[in-house]
Write a new protein. Structure first.
Length: 231
């Protein structure tokens, strides 16, 4: 049942929103940097920080590795928590330089599960960031789970609000073929739905493509079932 529901959700979202063309980034390294910088901020702020790095010719692992923490922090300041993020970026590039001669593409040769554990061992790299790097930068078939994913599934009573990251991810891995393009598109569509309809407060459930209650209000002026669950 869950397998069919998750596949149906993808079809509904794709029909509603179309292709999302994620993740924005010119190189795999830029994507990986963006995955760290987007922690606890919006993408507009990340773009400003990425622009600073490009203008400083610092958007490569070797240049970033040689740069002082203070200088890097100043460049990524627009992304917020800039001192912490500078340290996390430093840890990531040190891993790439020491283990892969500064070439992030060489990481693709490492078996996915092994590489994921190595990424999770890096300071400041949690499951969502690690999986974003694996999927979007390295094209590994790993589904990314975020707050939007959990909120949408919880409101549709597929998971509870307390379900942890690994269990949510496992639902997708068991329900979908291990396809990089599919995982990429699905996660992007979930983010689109979360931002547009499945808001933390005052969600627009009745208008959402995932609603089973039709547009608006269930046809009878009463709140939809999804809206009741969201309250």
């Amino acid at each position: 049942m869950i397998k069919g529901k998750l596949r149906e959700f993808y079809t509904r979202l794709f029909d509603a929103f179309g292709r999302q063309r994620w993740w924005p980034g010119e190189t795999p390294f830029e994507v990986a940097v963006g995955a760290v910088l987007t922690q606890n901020t919006n993408w507009g702020n990340v773009e400003k920080a990425i622009r600073n790095l490009k203008e400083a010719n610092a958007l490569c692992s070797l240049a970033m590795d040689r740069m002082s923490n203070e200088r890097l922090a100043e460049l990524v300041r627009p992304s917020g928590y800039f001192n912490i993020k500078a340290l996390r970026l430093k840890a990531l590039v040190s891993f790439i330089v020491s283990g892969y001669q500064g070439n992030i593409l060489r990481m693709r040769d490492t078996e996915t599960a092994v590489l994921r554990e190595k990424l999770l061992a890096i300071n400041g790299i949690g499951p969502e960031t690690a999986d974003s790097i694996l999927l979007y930068a390295l094209e590994k078939p790993v589904f990314v789970v975020d707050a939007y994913t959990k909120r949408i599934l919880a409101r549709h009573e597929i998971i509870s609000g307390e379900t942890d990251y690994s269990h949510v991810q496992e639902l997708f891995h068991k329900s979908l073929a291990p396809d990089v393009k599919l995982y990429n598109e699905y996660h992007a569509l979930i983010v689109k739905a979360g931002k547009t309809f499945c808001r933390p407060r005052a969600p627009l459930c009745g208008s959402c493509p995932l609603s089973d209650d039709g547009p608006g209000k269930n046809g009878n002026g009463k709140p939809s079932a999804a809206e009741k669950r969201a309250r």
